[in-house]
Design a protein around this ligand. Structure first.
Ligand code: GLC
Length: 413
């Protein structure tokens, strides 16, 4: 390992163990309630959109409620949009008046956020959109070198403030590097500046250089080559507050996503879109609450169980693994008997995670769990802890797929 790789490895340690974080999309767009891209998609004129700054009236420190919910949900870090593509800055920046101190709340919302997150014991991430629909050079920078220089200066200045004014920041979460490339943004220089201010910070891959971790968006796809990764997902199909979008995932889906990231050593950054006043729409409380209760009981099968396991698909569930222990997460309950095919390793014991032993029989090709209740003990997923006498492996129908196709099986059910 080079010194740089070693340092990355060290900095990533907490992140790889954290597994689960909260993403918060909150800004002027929350007042519109039709997706954070409303300004762009509806071509809202700038003069009209800007007025939203003056009507932005958050409750007193909503970040405390988000941080509390994150902790209850079993999340270990939280990332907030400090500036989305709309260009409005949620902090007391000296570089533009279009900010939450000068217009609207009259408060530094980033300061409130960082403090609330820290108090709740969460790691802190700041999302920053490079793309900017408000700054006059935001678009011109692609065609006009003078505009690019000014805009890059502005961008570097804003990022410098975020990395200077709020103590230790754990993650810098860039987004939307459109319309420039790494050279245009001068990303190498930008991130070197960030690291000089925040030596332990993790930087995502969206300044057009790979940096510390990959960010698959709205899908769960492990990174190649052992790189750290984090899938960011919405609960409905929008990031910002969009009550007209009622296509919410339920807790069953969230638990399944957690299992999918865990079994490939990744993280899940699950989004909330607070209401304009910062309050949390009830649907998030409901779903996150269920997930949190499930994790309290079954966390061992998610947080630490990230060893890759050779496995194939089953209609009844799937595995995570830690060493010689396989955790079978049964999310479609079969009734009194559960059969898992193709487990090649000898099983020593089976129990409900954190509960009593389960009677079982093992033949060459089948593990049969017996005497189960007719109804699922946990509808989100009942976890069986299966101790094996070696690394558990499950292999079925080897002729049906190519060696690197194992992910496919996730999507079939
Ligand atoms: C996309 C969207 C943006 C959202 C981001 C989160 O880039 O443009 O609105 O903030 O995804 O990853």
């Amino acid at each position: 390992m080079t010194a740089e790789e070693q340092d990355r490895h060290r900095r990533l340690e907490w992140f790889r163990a954290a597994r689960f974080g909260m993403f918060v999309h909150w800004g002027l767009y929350s007042q519109i309630g039709r997706h954070e891209w409303a300004m762009n998609r509806e071509r809202i004129p700038l003069e009209e959109y800007e007025k939203l700054a003056d009507t932005f009236r958050p409750l007193r420190c909503p970040a405390r409620m988000w941080a509390e919910l994150a902790v209850e949900t079993g999340m270990r870090y939280i990332v907030m949009t400090t500036k989305h593509h709309e260009g409005y800055c949620l902090w007391d920046t000296k570089l533009t008046d279009y900010n939450s101190m000068k217009r609207g709340p009259g408060r530094d919302l980033v300061a409130e956020f960082v403090e609330a997150a820290r108090q709740a014991g969460l790691r802190v991430g700041l999302y920053y959109s490079l793309n900017d629909w408000h700054h006059p050079d935001g678009r011109e920078c692609l065609y006009d070198e003078g505009a690019r220089k000014r805009f890059v200066e502005y961008t570097h200045g804003l990022v410098r403030e975020l990395c200077s004014n709020y103590g230790k920041i754990d993650i810098l979460w860039y987004d939307c590097p459109y319309p420039l490339g790494a050279e245009g943004w001068e990303s190498e220089r930008l991130n070197a500046m960030v690291r000089s201010l925040q030596p332990d910070i993790l930087i995502n891959n969206r300044s057009r250089i790979p940096e510390d971790f990959e960010t698959p968006e709205q899908h769960i796809t492990p990174a190649k080559g052992g790189r750290a990764w984090e899938s960011c997902m919405t609960l409905n199909d929008s990031w910002g507050y969009t009550p007209i979008d009622r296509n919410y995932k339920n807790a069953w889906h969230v638990v399944r996503m957690l299992r999918q990231v865990a079994s490939h050593g990744g993280n899940l950054l699950l989004n909330i879109g607070p209401a304009p006043d910062g309050s949390i729409p009830p649907v998030y409380r409901e779903v996150f609450g269920q997930v949190g209760r499930w994790l309290q009981k079954n966390g061992a099968a998610i947080y630490d169980a990230s060893d890759p396991m050779v496995q194939d698909w089953q209609a009844t569930g799937d595995f995570t693994r830690k060493g010689n222990t396989a955790y079978f997460h049964c999310n479609r309950w079969p009734g009194s008997t559960l059969v898992i095919g193709g487990l090649e390793t000898r099983v020593i014991s089976v129990r409900y995670l954190g509960g009593p032993a389960v009677e079982f029989e093992q033949t060459a090709e089948r593990l049969i769990l017996k005497g189960l209740p007719m109804e699922a003990p946990d509808h989100l997923a009942t976890v069986f802890e299966i101790q094996c006498d070696g690394e558990p492996r499950q292999r079925l129908s080897p002729l049906m797929r190519a060696p690197d196709e194992d992910l496919e099986s996730w999507y079939k059910h």
